[in-house]
Design a protein around this ligand. Structure first.
Ligand code: SF4
Length: 361
C-alpha cells in the first residue's frame, strides 16, 4: 500500500461530491465560513440549496455585515438552530470592522461563535493552515483506524484524532487531506454499517482487522431529553394575515416571529392557558382547539396545543413585537413550527368561516 494519506487523497479525488463551496484552494474564506457554520448541525443535502439562496441574498462578507438581524434570520430560514445565524452575523461584523480576515486558527477562534473546528477549517482551507479540523466524522474514522477505546465526544479522542490527522497531512500536505477525512467519515466510515470493502484506509484499520468497526468509538453519555407543553394562538384576520409575535431575549427561538405562545406549567389545562394568553392581547372569545403537534428543539420535545378564536381582531394593533403578516412570506424570520401550526389549523379555519392564508404544502 502507498502511504495512507496518499491512498486517501486518491480516493477523494475520484469520489468526492461536487458541492457549491468546494472550489479550488485557497478558498474564499467567506464561503468557507458560511458552509462550515451551516453544516454544523444540518446535513449536506439540506444545506446545499439553502447555501445558494443565502449567498444570493448576501454575496459578500460586507453585505452580510451590513444586513439587519431580521434580514439574516429570514435568509437563514429552513436551517434551524438560529443561534448559528446570529453568531455568523456577529463574526461577519467583527471581520468587516477589523478591515481584514484573521488568518490563523488561534485568531479565527477569537471571533464570535467560531469553535476550534471551524477556526481550523477556515485556516486550512483559506489561509494554508496545517492544524487539522476535527469534527465527528474525523474522530470516528480515527477511533476505528487506531482502535481507540475512548467515548465519541471525549477530549482524549479529539486529541488523538488531531495527532493522527496531522501525521496524514505531513505525508500528503494539502488541505484536501483534511477534507478527504471528513468525506470518508460522512460516506464510507458511517456511524452504522461502514463500507469497509470500499475504504482506502482498510489496510491500516485496526477495527476492521478485528472485525469490530461498530465497536468504535465508545458511546458518549447523552444529555437527557426534556418534555414541554405549550399553547399557541392562531389568530387570522379577515385579510388572511396571521398574528405573529417576536420572541424575546432569553426565550427559546428568540428573535423569531411565531404565533403568540405560552408554556404550560405543571398540570395546567391548555384551554385555560390559551384564554389567559388571549387576554394579554385584550381579547376574549370562545377558543377552538386544533390538533396538538410535536416539535423538537435540540434536546427538548415540545407538544404544542394550538387554539383558534373567532373574534374582532381589529383592536390588536401592531408594534415592535406584534405584527399581522402572511406567515409564509419568505421575508419573515420564523421557525418550521409556524408552518406546522398552520397545517394543524387549516382545516378548522374553513369550519369557522375564517380565511385560509397559508399554503398547505
Ligand atoms: S476500514 Fe471500515 S472502519 Fe476502518 S476506517 Fe475504513 S470504513 Fe472505517
Amino acid at each position: 500500500m502507498l502511504r495512507p494519506g496518499v491512498e486517501l487523497l486518491r480516493w477523494f479525488m475520484a469520489q468526492q461530491r461536487q458541492l457549491p463551496w468546494r472550489t479550488p484552494f485557497p478558498r474564499d474564506p467567506y464561503l468557507v465560513l458560511l458552509s462550515e457554520v451551516m453544516l454544523q448541525q444540518t446535513q449536506v443535502h439540506r444545506v446545499t440549496p439553502l447555501f445558494r439562496r443565502f449567498v444570493e441574498n448576501f454575496p459578500t462578507l460586507e453585505a452580510l455585515a451590513k444586513a439587519t438581524e431580521a434580514e439574516v434570520l429570514a435568509a437563514w430560514s429552513g436551517l434551524g438552530y438560529y443561534r448559528r445565524a446570529r453568531a455568523l452575523h456577529a463574526a461577519a461584523r467583527a471581520i468587516h470592522a477589523a478591515g481584514a480576515w484573521p488568518t490563523t486558527r488561534e485568531t479565527l477562534h477569537a471571533l464570535p461563535g467560531l469553535g476550534p473546528y471551524t477556526a481550523a477549517a477556515l485556516a486550512a482551507f483559506s489561509f494554508g493552515g496545517s492544524d487539522p479540523p476535527v469534527d465527528g466524522n474525523v474522530t470516528r474514522v480515527a477511533a476505528r483506524v487506531l482502535a481507540l477505546n475512548a467515548p465519541a465526544s471525549s477530549v482524549r479522542l479529539r486529541r488523538e484524532a488531531e495527532r493522527w490527522a496531522r501525521q496524514l497531512h505531513r505525508h500528503a500536505p494539502t488541505p484536501a487531506t483534511f477534507e478527504a477525512l471528513m468525506e470518508l467519515g460522512a460516506r464510507i466510515c458511517r456511524p452504522k454499517l461502514p463500507s469497509c470493502d470500499r475504504c482506502p484506509l482498510a489496510a491500516i484499520c485496526a477495527a476492521h482487522a478485528s472485525n469490530a468497526s461498530d465497536r468504535y468509538p465508545l458511546p458518549s453519555s447523552r444529555r437527557p431529553r426534556e418534555t414541554h407543553r405549550w399553547v399557541a394562538l392562531w389568530l387570522v384576520r379577515r385579510d388572511g394575515r396571521v398574528l405573529l409575535h417576536r420572541r424575546g431575549e432569553g426565550q427559546l427561538l428568540s428573535g423569531l416571529w411565531l404565533p403568540p405562545i405560552r408554556e404550560l406549567v405543571d398540570s395546567q389545562e391548555p384551554k385555560a392557558a390559551a384564554a389567559a394568553l388571549l387576554n394579554t392581547l385584550g381579547l376574549e372569545a370562545r377558543l377552538t382547539p386544533g390538533k396538538p403537534i410535536s416539535h423538537s428543539i435540540t434536546h427538548r420535545d415540545i407538544t404544542v396545543f394550538p387554539f383558534l378564536a373567532k373574534c374582532d381582531l381589529t383592536q390588536v394593533a401592531e408594534n415592535s413585537e406584534l405584527a399581522w403578516v402572511p406567515p409564509d412570506d419568505p421575508g419573515v424570520a420564523t421557525s418550521s413550527l409556524t408552518h406546522k401550526l398552520s397545517l394543524a389549523c387549516c382545516p378548522l379555519l374553513t369550519e369557522l368561516g375564517l380565511p385560509v392564508s397559508y399554503r398547505s404544502a
